[in-house]
Ligand binder design. Structure first.
Ligand SMILES: [Zn+2]
Ligand SMILES: [Zn+2]
Length: 145
């Protein structure tokens, strides 16, 4: 696959829908952050089990946690509905080698984030965008061989 880099100003994208791998919505309208529903996950840190709210603005690293998260600590995130781990098996942080966690977006998008507290590595992966890109930039979609 060829890689395409898209640059966006920090916090110019707000995540409206994120899901666990089993399709449960992680959005929590009862706990808004920055005027929008936050993303709620179950968290396990050295201090114990709790709940973590992630800021819905892509690139905003503010979190509200019910348990203490120490800087540099690894924490595990899972779906509050089905308890499936949100950790990616194959994806490791390029900065600190910690496992990455994954949030599913509608239409095949993925948000990856580092599971180490204080490491702000994250990326947005978009799939099946060839046709949309072609339309936006008047490109021709060629059949693949
Ligand atoms: Zn789930
Ligand atoms: Zn990292």
């Amino acid at each position: 696959m060829e890689r395409l880099t898209i640059e966006v100003p920090p916090e110019s994208l707000c995540i409206r829908q994120a899901e666990c791998p089993n399709g449960h919505s992680l959005m929590d309208p009862s706990h808004p952050m920055g005027d929008s529903p936050s993303i709620r996950v179950a968290v396990v840190s050295a201090a114990g089990k709790g709940e973590l709210h992630l800021h819905p603005y892509y690139g905003n690293h503010e979190v509200h946690s019910s348990v203490e998260l120490k800087d540099g600590e690894l924490y595990d995130m899972s779906c509050p509905t089905c308890q499936v781990s949100l950790r990616s098996e194959e994806d490791r942080c390029v900065f600190c080698a910690a496992p990455m966690f994954v949030l599913k977006l509608p239409k095949g998008g993925l948000v990856h984030g580092c599971s180490r507290r204080g490491c702000h590595n994250h990326k947005l992966k978009l799939v099946d965008v060839t046709a949309q890109l072609a339309e936006m930039f008047e490109l021709e979609v060629r059949p693949r061989y």
